[in-house]
Ligand binder design. Structure first.
Ligand code: ADP
Ligand code: AMP
Length: 217
């Protein structure tokens, strides 16, 4: 299956992506994770992306589209993929469509996870991520078994630099202006699956499964 996870920052895309990609056996491709890894490694891509991530703006399409096309060309994406955080602009969506069409392929569905804005603010400012493996937690809604420690690998849990109140406001603004138009873009193409993301994590997973015609427990 070739899938896109759409939705504002904090909607739960990364959280859901883990179980969806495992259940479907397709790679989870998060452009945000790719940029953060490049920044950590100090690569040329990381140096290009750093200021945009810090400020809560979008990395230019010219950089992002090339990065994703290269990733989708890898052998593990032949049987499908789950994109998380891409596309984020109409230009990126058009480039993805054209790239897939040139291979005689297309998307199967776009899962749009929607959550009211007040809740997004709480989720983002309370989010904690593992410094080592990137797993995501929330102090209140999805706490680790041992405070400050990752359940999966024992790594230290930290706050993302762009999860501060000021940057979160900017990211939500960018979402409304540049990414929200994709909801109509994919609705018009008959691909949109609308999911209520304000439910508990397991219920959201089940709703996503149902929207894909699967029964996930
Ligand atoms: P995104 O990838 O869309 O930015 P995340 O998956 O990182 O969002 O989730 C943002 C925050 O909200 C995290 O702290 C996560 O633990 C929490 N979260 C995710 N899904 C839910 C949910 N259904 N209910 C409550 N909190 C959630
Ligand atoms: P995320 O982890 O999805 O919240 O993304 C974190 C940051 O990475 C965003 O605020 C952007 O600066 C950058 N980013 C991630 N995906 C994209 C994209 N598709 N286009 C442009 N910038 C992106």
């Amino acid at each position: 299956m070739r899938l896109v996870l759409l939705g504002p920052p904090g909607a739960g895309k990364g959280t859901q992506a883990l179980s969806i990609s495992e259940r479907l056996g397709v790679p989870h491709i998060s452009t945000g994770d790719m940029f953060r890894q490049a920044i950590k490694a100090g690569t040329p891509l990381g140096r290009q992306a750093q200021e945009y991530l810090q400020g809560g703006g979008l990395v230019p399409d010219s950089v992002t589209i090339g990065l994703v096309e290269e990733r989708l060309s890898q052998p593990d994406c032949q049987g499908g993929f789950l994109l998380d955080g891409f596309p984020r602009t109409v230009a990126q969506a058009e480039a993805l469509d054209a790239w897939l069409a040139s291979r005689g392929e297309g998307l199967d569905a776009v899962i749009d996870i929607e959550v009211p804005e007040a809740e997004l603010l709480e989720r983002l400012t309370g989010r904690r991520v593992c410094r080592q493996c990137g797993a995501t937690y929330h102090g209140q809604y999805n706490p680790p078994a041992v405070a400050g420690k990752c359940d999966a690998c024992g790594g230290e849990l930290i706050q993302r630099e762009d999860d501060t109140a000021a940057t979160v406001g900017k990211r939500l603004e960018v979402y409304r202006a540049q990414t929200a138009p994709l909801v109509d873009y994919y609705r018009q193409r008959g691909l949109l699956r609308e999911i209520d993301g304000s439910q508990a994590i397991e219920r959201v997973t089940r709703a996503i499964g149902a929207s894909l015609g699967r029964e996930w427990r």
